[in-house]
Design a protein around this ligand. Structure first.
Ligand SMILES: NC(=O)c1ccc[n+]([C@@H]2O[C@H](COP(=O)([O-])OP(=O)(O)OC[C@H]3O[C@@H](n4cnc5c(N)ncnc54)[C@H](O)[C@@H]3O)[C@@H](O)[C@H]2O)c1
Length: 453
């Protein structure tokens, strides 16, 4: 059965969640594009949006309409062409409304798993729990015996889900990044059992959804989280090392600043942990530890933060919740002090200034991530900056150098360990999924190693 045929009957599980709602949006738009094709004939498209929460499902519908309108507005030229045979659609407004109506008409919200019966493609974005996912797959497989399953799991090996549910190779890892409608990256994870036809279908669909596909092998955490989780452990190890001198909040502040300003990343490592959620990161580490032999990913600082109820994550509006850092208007304004049981604000006294002084002067050529993002001379400027960083012996520069070298080691280990086929794929995932300006396997780390030798 080809992709067009499979796209006629689709289900999204966990459709009202953060990832599921974005996946539902992408699919509803693609199914509407198919439906309005001149040669569509009498084909019927159904997208079952399934979630255990009825309340959340009503929120899904209010989310979809304005988002679909945005999609239609952005593709008005293509839509005008697709609707050329419809004389009744003249103004842009008519075309946009017609497209949104077509897309909304394919979506069938439901809180009953049985609604998915006869689905040919099933996207799964429910809770990250192996047992729950396997139970759901087993139930569904009894009513959708020919379906292909595309799971959004962040960490669980696909083979484990496949064997647990008896899917016989009809499952692939389809790892969208958050938010799925915006993020271009898609990690496509095939296990040794995944059917080649499903992998090809996944690639073809990704092209239609305008995603950049990066293949990953089936090792827990895959590429993105495989790098991110180990990067976290490096950062927290540095906090442990520095806290005798800077205090724990001072050390968190320093490492967060180094990982953002000195490495020229979009946000510091502790802000990124908050974005993903402290408990989510902890959980991914547990899953990786369970499935990767000879490596324990566990972190005392994250455990203590989570035990103190410091979780991060986002409100349903998308607003950042306080976590290891406290936020005002989306910007960090303080750091959680585990001894005090409250946030230590940046503006309270001069403690951040003192840490900044210890970090020392930024190397010459330093620029913000935002400033370099669209700069045509970005690579040249990065090379000059990292050359200066390599030559500096200020504390901040030393921390950045160690960070850079460790990040490269992690990237190389992902290739050696067979998670990624090549350094370019690791770099592609980190640049497209985490918006790094340069991949972890880079020549800047070599400059640092040379300068140290
Ligand atoms: N949030 C992220 O940044 C992110 C990124 C990539 C991948 N993921 C993965 O995507 C999946 C979903 O994560 P999320 O952040 O969207 O979670 P979420 O909690 O926002 O959404 C999960 C949804 O699934 C629903 N649900 C739970 N059990 C269900 C069941 N048995 N049947 C139907 N619906 C059920 C919940 O009601 C909820 O609406 C997880 O596997 C996660 O690891 C998350």
């Amino acid at each position: 059965m080809d992709l067009d045929k499979r796209l006629e009957r689709v289900a999204v599980l966990g459709a009202a969640g953060k990832m599921g709602s974005g996946i539902t949006l992408l699919l509803a738009a693609e199914m509407a594009r198919q439906k309005i094709r001149k040669d569509c004939g009498d084909r019927c498209y159904v997208l079952h949006a399934i979630d255990v929460s009825d309340e959340a499902l009503s929120g899904l519908l209010s989310y979809l309409r304005p988002q679909l309108t945005k999609v239609a507005e952005k593709s008005i030229v293509a839509l005008r062409e697709a609707f050329a045979h419809r004389d009744d659609l003249v103004e842009n407004f008519d075309i946009i409304t017609a497209f949104v109506d077509e897309a909304m008409s394919v979506v069938r919200p439901s809180s009953k798993m049985e609604s998915a019966a006869d689905s040919r493609l099933i996207f799964e974005a429910i809770v990250e729990n192996k047992g729950v996912k396997i139970e759901v797959f087993k139930k569904l497989d009894a009513i959708c015996p020919d379906a292909y399953y595309l799971t959004n799991t962040s960490s669980i090996p696909i083979k484990v889900l496949d064997e647990g549910a008896g899917l016989d190779g009809r499952i692939v890892g389809y790892h969208f990044y958050n938010p799925p409608a915006v993020q271009k990256l898609l990690e496509l994870i095939s296990s040794e059992r995944t059917r080649p036809e499903l992998v090809e279908l996944g690639k073809e669909l990704a092209g239609r959804l305008r995603k950049k596909v990066f293949p990953a092998n089936d090792i827990a955490g895959f590429i993105g989280n495989g790098h991110f989780m180990r990067d976290i452990l490096h950062a927290t190890g540095e906090v442990e090392r520095l806290k005798g001198d800077l205090g724990e909040t001072g050390a968190i502040y320093a490492v967060n600043r180094v990982s953002q300003d000195y490495l020229i990343r979009p946000m510091g490592i502790f802000q990124l942990i908050d974005y993903v959620g402290v408990d989510v990161c902890r959980f991914i580490m547990q899953v990786m530890t369970e499935h990767i032999e000879g490596e324990t990913l566990q972190d005392d600082l994250l455990d203590r933060m989570a035990d103190a109820g410091v979780m991060g994550g986002q409100y349903s509006s998308g607003k950042q919740k306080d976590g290891i850092l406290k936020y005002e208007k989306g910007r960090p304004v303080g750091i959680y002090d585990l001894d005090k049981g409250d946030y230590r604000l940046f503006e309270d006294g001069d403690w951040t200034k003192k840490v900044d002084q210890k970090l020392g002067e930024m190397p010459e050529g330093a620029a913000s991530w935002r400033a370099l993002l669209m700069d045509p001379k970005k690579d040249e400027k990065l090379a000059t900056y990292f050359g200066n960083l390599a030559a500096s012996d200020a504390l901040g520069a030393e921390l950045a150098k160690t960070y850079l070298v460790r990040s490269k080691e992690i990237g190389e280990k992902l290739v050696k360990g067979g998670v990624a086929e090549s350094p370019d794929i690791v770099n592609g995932v980190m640049m497209n999924g985490f918006y790094h300006l340069y991949g972890p396997v880079n020549e800047y780390a070599d400059l640092v190693v040379k300068a140290k030798a």
